[in-house]
Design a binder for this molecule. Structure first.
Ligand SMILES: *[C@@H]1O[C@H](CO)[C@@H](O)[C@H](O)[C@H]1NC(C)=O
Ligand SMILES: *[C@@H]1O[C@H](CO)[C@@H](O)[C@H](O)[C@H]1NC(C)=O
Ligand SMILES: *[C@@H]1O[C@H](CO)[C@@H](O)[C@H](O)[C@H]1NC(C)=O
Ligand SMILES: *[C@@H]1O[C@H](CO)[C@@H](O)[C@H](O)[C@H]1NC(C)=O
Ligand SMILES: *[C@@H]1O[C@H](CO)[C@@H](O)[C@H](O)[C@H]1NC(C)=O
Ligand SMILES: *[C@@H]1O[C@H](CO)[C@@H](O)[C@H](O)[C@H]1NC(C)=O
Ligand SMILES: *[C@@H]1O[C@H](CO)[C@@H](O)[C@H](O)[C@H]1NC(C)=O
Ligand SMILES: *[C@@H]1O[C@H](CO)[C@@H](O)[C@H](O)[C@H]1NC(C)=O
Ligand SMILES: *[C@@H]1O[C@H](CO)[C@@H](O)[C@H](O)[C@H]1NC(C)=O
Ligand SMILES: *[C@@H]1O[C@H](CO)[C@@H](O)[C@H](O)[C@H]1NC(C)=O
Length: 562
């Protein structure tokens, strides 16, 4: 229950925290060329660090629906888009890949990757599923950002006869269907497993055969929608980095991952010059990493404005992120820090644990390049049209705790700071930036929470943690409201909650949306009793209306601004 007036308060309170909004007169170094050969005006382009449609700047408020392609009926797809449209959503991020290593008996699959060979499924349980999504999105006036592969694919699949059996369990140790989890759609490690012998994750970025195979897949998918106005952009990969379930080779660095982005962004742009291309990375910074594309000397100061800026539009230069500035920030925080040790978050309280002290972690994994990601260098690649980052405080760390704040307030504040840092990076580069996924695990969702490098819910075997992990629904809504308003007033161009939930879906045995037995063990007769998968971030059940209301309020606020 989050009222409109509280939203207003947050909006007002956060507006003075953030860097002044993008200066509309600033000329970008990377403005998309818009000439007579350019895409039609209802396609999404960029100008002056903003997305533009029909000649006007647009801010997207949206959500993630990775399971759209596994729905069993076309009406389900239309119902999901109808419900999202009713909630004010105008951008949806979804998976445009579904790799298998053996053809499954039931369900959707797009590409068979087997022993170094590829074959595409363009049938009704193949790419025609994507065609339906694109059509329905267009019918509902919703844009799509399609991800082309995933960093994460921890499934240990076994092949029994002709069928692929996934080892996945939910909180009751029952086997989950294929494609239930976001990391069960194939991805980089599928290519590596099927193409090379001594397997390291980063061979995906460097092995010539794999690069060609992935280029082949992207060509097949991207060329299908070159002329579709429903595509907002192509995301090269979800969360690309050196490591995954397969380990990283010792040679993988940020430049490995950046170089791959450049190669693939050029390829996708050559197949589809009409749509934007982006990374999909988590937004990790590396101030001290060697750069391939980023100009490390700051650009010359812009000419003084002709007229004095409007109040609230105060010009402010965006300092380049350095290791020294990060360490200074950390020392300032440590001064505030009393004797508090690190802890793990349990129902909004900290439980002390002495496994790691913040003093020892340098600038931290979001800033030191240790994941193999330098988001600013990637954003500086000419063919990368906009920036991406993610915000999942239950799984990644994005900054340093302020000991004077409560644990929950720290989660909110660190997220707010992360959003502001990313908006500033966009302004330094002159490109729009999108928060492509943000989410908090709630107490109700904790038993179903499966981290992105896992195929089992870890809390299921620990009933005590399972009942004490996570925030309340109300805290989730407060955090989402704060982050959305910070992003809107700070100049982010898109913000997508993770993830949408939907009831009333058509069930089919052996597919992701399977019939569920009720308490008497009988499979319910109704074939529209299906619910969408929940990996711990779904907003179904208790609090669903309120969580959707947060998104709706944000979209109304954006509409008022525009
Ligand atoms: C862009 O213009 C087209 C054609 O007039 C219209 O159908 C569409 O809704 C517009 N899109 C946006 C986001 O304004
Ligand atoms: C929302 O989805 C339900 C099925 O869960 C469907 O009955 C309803 O028509 C949808 N609403 C809209 C506006 O599309
Ligand atoms: C994979 O392909 C290679 C060469 O094409 C072949 O020699 C090998 O037997 C195949 N392996 C399997 C398991 O099919
Ligand atoms: C590219 O994909 C097509 C369609 O699946 C397939 O026929 C072809 O063999 C692939 N090429 C390579 C080099 O894998
Ligand atoms: C699927 O691909 C095959 C091989 O390229 C082609 O012959 C066939 O017409 C395609 N079918 C559809 C429905 O697109
Ligand atoms: C797990 O089992 C309990 C008790 O049988 C049931 O209430 C709950 O809904 C089940 N959870 C899932 C995710 O199936
Ligand atoms: C992912 O999980 C696997 C298996 O548990 C582990 O070996 C690997 O180190 C993990 N990778 C990351 C990046 O967490
Ligand atoms: C791989 O992940 C581990 C921790 O999971 C990290 O210490 C290491 O730096 C990572 N390596 C690379 C090359 O990203
Ligand atoms: C495939 O679906 C059929 C019926 O729809 C079901 O009986 C069978 O168990 C399913 N196969 C798998 C591997 O789930
Ligand atoms: C279980 O489903 C069957 C078939 O739809 C129905 O007859 C029965 O009443 C249901 N039982 C419960 C406890 O909901």
């Amino acid at each position: 229950m989050f009222s409109a007036s509280l939203w207003q308060l947050v909006l007002v309170a956060s507006s003075f925290l953030v860097v002044a909004a993008t200066n509309p007169t600033r000329v970008s170094r990377y403005v998309e060329k818009r000439n007579n050969d350019g895409p039609p005006s209802n396609f999404v382009t960029t100008e002056n660090g903003q997305f533009v449609v029909n000649g006007s700047a647009i801010t997207f408020i949206g959500t993630n629906v990775y399971w759209l392609s596994v729905l069993n009926a076309d009406e389900d797809v239309d119902n999901v888009f109808g419900n999202m449209s009713a909630a004010g959503i105008n951008l949806v991020r979804a998976w445009a890949f579904n790799d298998v290593e053996a053809i499954p008996e039931n369900g959707t699959w797009f590409q068979l990757i087997s022993n170094g060979t590829l074959s595409i499924n363009n049938g009704t349980n193949g790419l025609q599923k994507l065609d339906k999504i694109v059509q329905s999105a267009q019918d509902h006036g919703i844009y799509l950002v399609f991800s082309l592969t995933n960093n994460w694919n921890p499934t240990i699949s076994s092949t029994v006869g002709p069928f692929q059996i996934a080892s996945r369990t939910n909180s009751n140790s029952t086997t989950l269907p294929r494609n239930f989890l976001s990391n069960d759609y194939g991805g980089m490690d599928t290519y590596v497993r099927q193409f090379v012998k001594d397997q390291q994750h980063d061979q995906f970025y460097t092995d010539e055969n794999i690069i060609n195979a992935f280029k082949n897949y992207t060509t097949q998918v991207v060329s299908r929608y070159v002329n579709s106005p429903a595509i907002m952009g192509w995301e090269l990969a979800n969360d690309p980095r050196c490591n995954s379930t397969l380990p990283a080779g010792s040679l993988c660095t940020t430049t490995t991952v950046t170089q791959w982005h450049s190669t693939l962004a050029q390829h996708v742009k050559s197949v589809d010059p009409n749509h934007l291309v982006t990374s999909g990375n988590q937004g990790f910074f590396c101030a001290d990493c060697p750069k391939l594309f980023q100009k490390t000397t700051p650009p010359p100061p812009p000419p003084p404005p002709q007229t004095s800026p409007a109040p609230g539009q105060r010009r402010r230069s965006i300092p380049v992120l350095t290791k020294a500035s990060l360490l200074q920030e950390q020392r300032d925080m440590q001064k505030k820090r009393k004797r508090s040790a690190d802890g793990i978050r349990v129902r909004g309280r900290w439980v002390a644990s002495h496994t790691r002290r913040q003093e020892d972690v340098g600038v931290g994994p979001a800033f030191d390049g240790s994941q193999g990601v330098d988001s600013e260098d990637i954003l500086s690649i000419p063919q990368i049209g906009f920036g991406t980052f993610q915000l999942f405080p239950d799984q990644d760390t994005y900054g340093f705790d302020d000991p004077s704040l409560s644990p929950f307030d720290n989660v909110v504040q660190i997220g707010t700071n992360w959003i502001q840092r990313q908006a500033a990076a966009g302004q330094r580069t002159g490109k729009p930036v999108s928060l492509t996924g943000f989410g908090l695990v709630t107490q109700d969702n904790a038993p179903d929470f499966v981290p992105f490098n896992s195929s089992v819910a870890p809390l299921q075997s620990d009933p005590v943690s399972a009942t004490s992990f996570g925030v309340t629904d109300d805290q989730r809504d407060q955090a989402y409201t704060q982050w959305l308003s910070t992003g809107i007033s700070g100049g982010l161009s898109a913000m997508l909650q993770y993830q949408w939930s939907q009831q009333g879906l058509t069930t089919q045995a052996g597919t992701t949306v399977s019939p569920v037995q009720n308490e008497s063990g009988v499979v319910p007769i109704s074939d529209t009793s299906g619910v969408s998968p929940n990996d711990g971030y779904g907003i179904q059940g208790v609090g669903q209306a309120e969580a959707q209301g947060v998104l709706q309020t944000a979209s109304q606020s954006v509409a008022r601004q525009g």
